[in-house]
Design a binder for this molecule. Structure first.
Ligand code: BEZ
Length: 249
């Protein structure tokens, strides 16, 4: 899925804004060398740099990388499933990105290799049941309008047990790994959210560009009784998986 940095900064500012808990869990120290895996436009990367750490970011999306580079950050295009770093980081950090990288084994193995002995892997991403109501509603609307509904979802949303097992299989010692339901206010509204985050999924179902708006409007209408509060404010059914692990000395 290709991102639009302008739309992301406008409609998805809550993503990095809600990253404080996982930043606290990382507890970066001045002088540490940290990899920000899936850094996007670099909003949290900047916060890591502000702690005095030396931070390298990678992201699969070149437009988001360009937005991060424009902030003066050391960021490059890279695939989280093919990390080529070798024992050079004190920590690898990741917020709201691992669910875009598919099966965990190649990602977690690359992170393990990238860390120095004792290095930390700390992150947060979508966990089992993430945005379930939204996903079901999009699928129901696509089916009702006669579009192809992809058999598989395009995101990886594991249980805590499954992700812990993936970390341990790669050699990590897991310090914490938990599912955290996080109802998330969507200030821009559900239409903008669907455009920003589900546009690629809707396109992949074969919806022509001039029909995308109808699918989004139907999905909004289906979700309103479930996810809008009495005042009409949207609250999305986010579920996070937050974890901290380390590579043995
Ligand atoms: C998330 O969990 O951060 C997310 C995943 C896919 C689409 C939108 C948000």
């Amino acid at each position: 899925m290709a991102w639009d940095p302008q739309a992301y900064a406008t409609h998805a500012a809550f993503v990095p804004a809600l990253g404080s808990a996982v930043l606290d869990l990382l507890a970066p120290k001045a002088g540490e060398r940290i990899l920000d895996l899936g850094c996007g436009d670099g909003v949290l990367t900047e916060r890591l740099v502000a702690t005095g750490a030396t931070v390298v970011g990678i992201d699969a999306d070149s437009t988001m990388v360009a937005a991060a580079v424009a902030k003066g950050l050391d960021v490059a295009v890279g695939d989280g499933r093919r990390l080529a770093f070798d024992a050079e980081f004190d920590a690898v950090f990741s917020n709201a990105a691992l669910h875009w990288m598919g099966e965990p084994a190649p990602v977690v193995a690359g992170v393990f290799r990238a860390l120095k002995p004792g290095g930390r892997f700390v992150g947060e991403f979508g966990g089992h049941g993430n945005i379930a109501a939204i996903r079901v509603a999009v699928r129901a609307v696509l089916a009702a309008r006669g579009y192809r509904v992809p058999a598989q979802e395009d995101n990886y949303y594991p249980t805590a047990e499954a992700y812990r097992a993936a970390l341990e299989a790669a050699g990590f010692v897991v310090d914490s790994c938990a599912i955290i339901p996080r109802p998330t206010p969507i200030a821009s509204g559900m239409g903008a959210w669907l455009q920003t985050f589900r546009g690629g999924f809707i396109d992949a179902a074969g919806v022509p560009p001039d029909k995308r708006g109808q699918v989004i409007e139907d999905t909004r209408a289906m979700l309103r009784p479930i996810l809008a509060d009495a005042s009409g404010n949207w609250i999305a059914d986010y579920v996070r998986l937050r974890f901290a692990a380390h590579k043995p000395e």
